[in-house]
Design a protein around this ligand. Structure first.
Ligand code: SF4
Length: 179
């Protein structure tokens, strides 16, 4: 265990699809778990991050809590990976950037179909939304970008294999080709 690479993962403004794609490496997970151990991750349900070799971040930065978690990952991870289209560009959550935050809140909570007791929630437990959704490299330094929505299981597998063996990371054309 002592020599294993410690990996933390998190989903900020994402749909967990990138994490699902990681699980799609299927039986190769067994081989992967010979080399790594997971720290904080939705896969372990560990809530506090320890000192890690590798941090993998899915999703864009949508709210104040996302900023805090992302900075925490940067502080605790030697290498940080922007995992999937939402982390790299804001992706699906960033579709709201063409509207003001007020317009988004009013559409969701005041004008939506079938609303009862319509009001904009203001519970202090709810993280404050940012005016715009940001790609994660606008908030912290990123070491690697792993594109795709989601990155395919084969792409993720290649990434882990090459990173963990210290090789330059190179993908086959099919692994980073999108129609
Ligand atoms: Fe989901 Fe795609 Fe965004 Fe990954 S990149 S979190 S699969 S929408």
């Amino acid at each position: 265990m002592a020599n294993k690479v410690k990996v933390a993962t998190v989903s900020l403004g994402g749909c967990f699809g990138c994490h699902m794609s990681l699980l799609d490496i299927d039986e190769r997970l067994i081989e992967l778990l010979e080399l790594i151990e997971f720290d904080r991750s939705p896969l372990t349900d560990i809530k506090q991050i320890g000192e890690c070799d590798l941090g993998i971040v899915e999703g864009g930065v949508c709210n104040a809590e996302n900023v805090e978690v992302l900075k925490e990952f940067r502080r605790h991870c030697k290498t940080l990976v922007s995992f999937g289209a939402c982390a790299i560009s804001g992706g699906i959550p960033a579709m709201r950037n063409q509207f003001t935050l007020t317009e988004c809140l009013e559409e969701s909570y005041l004008q939506g179909v079938g609303l009862v007791d319509a009001h904009i929630p203001d519970d202090p437990e709810i993280p404050l939304l940012l005016n715009q959704v940001h790609p994660i490299h606008e908030v912290v330094k990123i070491d690697y970008f792993l594109p795709g929505c989601p990155p395919s299981a084969d792409t993720i597998w290649t990434f882990f294999q090459e990173l963990l063996s210290g090789k330059p990371i190179e993908f086959a054309y099919q692994q980073i080709h999108y129609d």
